[in-house]
Design a protein around this ligand. Structure first.
Ligand code: NDP
Length: 401
């Protein structure tokens, strides 16, 4: 029925390719393309062996609009699922406009030379996508993605007015390495070393990195140190749910992880300023990425689980109410199914389900949309069906002031 092109053959691209292959009645033609063709070919072989479905592969450098346009001309997809890095978002969106292809991604654009992520660059495509009659779906991973759709479900079914939102992200997994990141190290370290930032009473407030800490209790996991950091979905959620008085994001970090991170920063290895090395300019953070464990290799020995959800307080029928919606995902289960670890799995499953919503027109529109703007119900039904079940609790202690 529909041809889809997936760009990016990392951990998340692998999971999306597996999941699309499992839903062959919708994704009748699947093309996986990336900078390094051999990685696509390896994933295609694994899918053939594990799922019994053949997918096509191709090579593309998505930094170049013309190469992406050529890829689209060759394969004629209805939709592209962008799972390369945030740096490629705009070139792929440009190619979509030129070729008449719908767009979906999991991370907002970041300029390579500045660790700054915000939606302004992609929201600026609104009129062009609208005029072209095309749909761009932004941020359809887990966070952003499912967290935003959990919030939309809360607004639709549980509250008349949402006032306080805390997104809580716990990875209680153990991969046995001294230090590794769960997704692309360069993007991950840029994200977690930024200043903390949250929204309160119409203003953005800033904190020094990892200085606001709270012990939070996660279902099936227990109490974990959680730190206030900035995360991109806060920007669109406060815009789309204007009754929110405060919106924050918390992520768990172990002491060992934070110590390594501090050393990496102190010795300048987290820097994105070019330095001269043996007569050649290099970016320290990109060099660090080359020596850190590949996140895609963590799966085999990864134990434990993730727990990500939204804790919300607000009003229903004139009364104060609290609500917690979350998913727990076991790393081993993800690996057994897709040979990828839990963080790639929790990102890839929603990206596939979002793509399914677009192709079946359960999500539709012309222009650029964040996922909380669509109907959360059909998405959440399919999310559980494809491996990420979710749970709700009401009127409990949210552990938030
Ligand atoms: P990886 O680094 O494992 O994979 C990225 C892939 O993109 C690699 O195959 C890489 O190719 C490819 N790529 C990079 N540059 C280009 C280019 N110019 N042209 C074509 N392909 C390119 O990352 P992950 O799979 O861990 O993450 C993928 C995306 O998902 C990232 O944008 C990340 O920010 C996002 N993400 C979102 C989350 C969410 O919950 N919303 C959570 C986790 C990740 P090569 O092999 O040649 O380097």
């Amino acid at each position: 029925m529909s041809k889809v092109v997936i760009i990016g053959a990392g951990g998340v691209g692998r999971v999306v390719a597996y999941k699309c292959a499992q839903a062959k009645e919708i994704f009748t033609d699947i093309v996986l393309a990336s900078r390094t063709a051999s990685k696509c070919e390896q994933i295609a072989r694994d899918i053939h062996q594990d799922v019994g479905v053949s997918i096509k592969t191709d090579q593309v450098d998505a930094d170049h609009v013309d190469q992406v346009v050529t890829l689209f001309k060759k394969h004629q997809p209805r939709l592209v699922i962008n799972l390369a890095l945030p740096y490629q978002d705009l070139t792929i969106m440009d190619a979509c406009l030129e070729s008449g292809v719908h767009y979906l991604d999991t991370a907002n654009y970041e300029p390579p030379e500045e660790a700054k992520f915000e939606y302004s660059w992609q929201w600026a495509y609104q009129d062009r996508f609208k005029e072209a009659g095309l749909l761009a779906v932004l941020g359809c991973g887990f966070d952003p993605g499912v967290t935003s759709i959990f919030t939309a479900r809360a607004a639709k079914h549980h509250f008349d007015e949402m006032h306080y939102l805390d997104i809580v992200d716990c990875n209680a997994g153990d991969h046995g390495k001294a230090f590794a990141t769960n997704f692309n190290p360069e993007i991950n370290i840029r994200e977690v070393t930024q200043k903390g930032k949250y929204y309160e009473n119409g203003k953005w407030r800033y904190t020094e990195p990892h200085t606001v800490k709270r012990m939070l209790d996660y279902p099936n996991i227990g109490s974990r140190a959680s730190y206030l950091i900035y995360h991109e979905e806060l920007e669109s959620l406060v815009k789309n749910f204007p009754t929110l008085k405060r919106a924050r994001f918390w992520m768990t970090f172990g002491d060992e992880y934070l110590t390594h991170l501090r050393v990496i920063q102190n010795i300048g290895m987290a820097s994105i300023e070019p330095v001269m090395f043996e007569g050649k300019e290099i970016i320290p953070l990109q060099f660090l990425k080359a020596v850190l464990p590949d996140p895609g290799s963590l799966g085999e020995n990864y134990d434990g689980e993730t727990s990500i959800g939204c804790r919300i307080r607000g009003l229903k029928d004139g009364k104060e109410k609290t609500y917690y919606i979350y998913n727990n995902c076991k790393h081993q289960q993800a690996f057994e199914e897709t040979r990828a670890q839990g963080v790639s799995f929790t990102t890839g499953v929603p990206a596939m389900v979002g793509a399914m919503m677009v192709l079946t027109e359960q999500w539709s529109g012309k222009g650029v949309f964040n996922v909380e703007e669509f109907d959360p119900d059909p998405f959440l039904d399919k999310l559980a069906h494809y491996g990420l079940s979710w749970h709700e609790m009401e009127n409990i202690n949210l552990e938030m002031d």
